[in-house]
Design a protein around this ligand. Structure first.
Ligand SMILES: [Zn+2]
Length: 167
């Protein structure tokens, strides 16, 4: 079987997935701002350039694309061509993510990963629920948490180890 898109299109898709200011990111920024939270975006002075930084809460937030960061969810599919290439690339990204989270933690930043699937699997009226989870974490949450497709259950109260398992 061949991939449905050519290499050039595929790499453009991948770079889009990786880019900043994605629609899930903009949605979250807008909603948090509307609730009165103020933040810096793409803070280059911190490990991993977190998508949102809220110094008042000592919180660094990443909105991760499920493909690029190798999330085990229904949104992750290995392209049908050059699979070894993509798996290696994504594997490296996962290792880098883990190091960046560890570096942030070492600097006493709390870290929240919001997976793209948490945003994309929502119906529009559910947005406030996702934002509730984020706000909950900001105000009283743990040192590290992730929000994924089943976002209502997955904010953890204890530190979660970062998995870098193979995709
Ligand atoms: Zn996902």
């Amino acid at each position: 079987m061949t991939d449905v898109v050519d290499v050039e299109t595929r790499s453009r898709m991948m770079s889009n997935i990786r880019s900043k200011n994605t629609s899930p990111e903009l949605l979250i920024r807008k909603a948090l701002h509307a609730r009165g939270f103020r933040f810096r975006v793409h803070a280059k002075n911190l490990p991993g350039t977190p998508d949102l930084v809220l110094p008042k809460y000592k919180a660094a937030v990443f909105i991760h694309g499920c493909f690029w960061h190798g999330h085990h969810c229904s949104y992750f599919k290995v392209p049908q061509t050059r699979q070894a290439f993509w798996l290696e690339k994504i594997g490296k990204n996962q290792v880098r993510d883990a190091h960046q989270i560890a570096a942030l933690r070492a600097l006493n930043w709390r870290v929240l990963i919001i997976w793209e699937c948490a945003v994309r699997s929502m119906k529009k009226q559910e947005t406030p629920l996702l934002i509730d989870q984020i706000v909950f974490w900001l105000l009283q949450g743990s040192e590290f948490a992730q929000i994924n497709e089943t976002h209502l259950e997955s904010v953890c109260s204890q530190t979660v180890s970062v998995t870098t398992s193979k995709v």
